[in-house]
Design a protein around this ligand. Structure first.
Ligand SMILES: *Cc1c(COP(=O)(O)O)cnc(C)c1O
Length: 457
């Protein structure tokens, strides 16, 4: 079976019949502004009523094409039948026991799936948590216990979360760490930041991935000393940083250096993992076998679940009771994950992600050539992005253009297409369609996006 055999509950059509937001959404927005903290912002002004396949329905009856999946989460759709069925079945029996108190099979089954799917021909184990940030925190905890070292290396443009340690690992200040002269700090110590391989913005455009890795390794040796580093954490394709794909050879050289120095190599696949890039894990594209992998977002069809999977001896280095949490690996979330993984397998969603790349990438490249305001088109599978620059600067200074990105996103929204913006400079449009989206709907969404880009070129 493939995505072509997919049955949808909601009509898979774009349909805008009110202003956005419509009257009912505007009412809810007024209520929201009285009681919801303004620190929690939403990029879209409408309120959601229903979602299925590639569409999101708002409370005023508008139907949007969802090219954002709630930030790479609902890869199997927001109400995938296998997820809904598994969740219903589980909630009718028990919603919680706490795995640390009274264990249950679903948790074990998810760990079995993680150990089977993660790259690496070695014995693997896993532990489950709730959010991506929590998975990252725990991967670092494991690495520190296993190595007896404290220093952690992260990279430019990285995003690893919003808790205290993960804010420290995240590169971008506003809005995550500080803004307008005020800060969420002090941040966790012993975090060192190294230069990434960012092909579009390299000073020397001919630098290879391996050379970019040597540049980072030299700094690690000089500033920290390899033998003092507990862990190196990196997103194989960066998410919030702007879908930056490091040059070929960068990740393998870093992994090799980590192995030489006894550093735990952690791939943060919270965004790129679980079929998003056309493979179970983005690490596979470069043939790397991370010591630990963090997963979340796409794993459970929208239910909150995250995990750390990797070398059994690392996970087992932690003393009994050292890892856990009240809700980690909640039984309903585990049931959802098993439903999501079943959907990924049965409908070959890795193949679907590769098909999306085949359809979309050439069109974005053509758009870049025609308009002259897109400096770079990049990504893999259904994780694709365009980096916008001021006209005429694409081959020279590459001046980021965040304003045009905002305008394009607003135009898309008005026409019924949800896209997400991102990047260190706020000048990237990223596409994260559900992997189950029909070709027809995807192409309709793409045409709206192309028209909006042309309008502002
Ligand atoms: C989203 C994300 C996180 C944080 O996940 P939360 O569930 O929001 O805590 C960590 N790492 C990466 C790569 C992410 O994309």
């Amino acid at each position: 079976m493939t995505v072509k055999d997919m049955q949808y509950r909601l009509e898979q059509k774009r349909h805008v019949k009110t202003d956005i937001p419509g009257p009912r959404s505007a009412e809810l927005a007024a209520r929201r502004s009285k009681v919801v903290a303004s620190g929690v912002a939403s990029s879209n002004p409408f309120f959601v009523q229903d979602a299925d396949g590639g569409v999101l329905l708002d409370v005023d009856g508008n139907s949007f094409i969802d090219l954002g999946t709630g930030i790479a989460v609902t890869s199997v759709g927001a109400s995938a039948p296998a997820v809904v069925g598994a969740v219903k079945e589980q909630v009718e029996h028990f919603t919680h026991t706490c795995f640390m108190v009274s264990p249950y099979e679903g948790y074990v089954e998810v760990c079995e799936a993680l150990a089977e799917l993660a790259p690496g021909d070695f014995e693997k184990k896993a532990a489950l948590f709730n959010s991506g940030s929590e998975a990252v925190e725990n991967a670092i905890k494991i690495a520190r216990i296993a190595t007896g070292r404290t220093a952690v290396v992260a990279f430019d443009h990285a995003y690893h979360g919003r808790t205290n340690l993960t804010m420290a690992l995240t590169a971008k200040a506003a809005p995550y760490k500080s803004a307008n002269g005020k800060s969420f700090g002090p941040f966790a110590p012993e975090v060192y930041r190294m230069p990434l391989s960012y092909p579009f913005r390299e000073e020397n455009p001919n630098i290879t991935g391996k050379e970019a890795a040597e540049r980072a390794i030299l700094q690690m040796e000089k500033q920290i000393g390899g033998e003092s580093i507990a862990a190196m954490i990196i997103e194989p394709i960066q998410g919030e940083g702007g879908f930056i794909v490091p040059a070929e050879g960068f990740l393998p050289r870093l992994a090799e250096y980590a192995r030489e120095k006894g550093i735990v190599f952690i791939a943060d696949e919270v965004q790129a993992g679980f079929c998003r890039t056309g493979a179970w894990f983005a690490s596979e594209h470069e043939g790397i076998e991370p010591d630990l992998i963090t997963v979340a977002k796409g794993i459970a069809g929208g239910m909150p679940l995250s995990g750390v999977v990797g070398r059994a001896e690392l996970l087992d280095a932690v003393h009994g009771g050292g890892l856990g949490g009240t809700y980690g690996g909640n039984p309903v979330a585990c049931a959802a994950a098993l439903g999501a993984i079943e959907t990924m397998r049965e409908h070959d969603l890795n193949g679907a992600a590769r098909r999306i790349e085949e359809l979309v990438l050439p069109r974005l490249e053509k758009l870049a050539q025609e308009t002259g305001i897109i400096g770079d088109v990049r990504g893999r599978g259904a994780m694709l992005a365009m980096e916008f620059v001021q006209k005429g600067s694409a081959d020279s200074v590459k001046t980021p253009d965040a304003d045009v990105v905002k305008k394009i996103a607003a135009d898309c929204l008005a026409e019924g297409v949800i896209i997400l913006t991102t990047g260190t400079y706020g000048n990237v449009i990223r596409l994260l369609p559900p992997l189950v989206i029909s070709e027809e709907l995807l192409l309709d969404g793409l045409e709206v996006l192309e028209a909006a880009v042309r309008k502002h070129a």
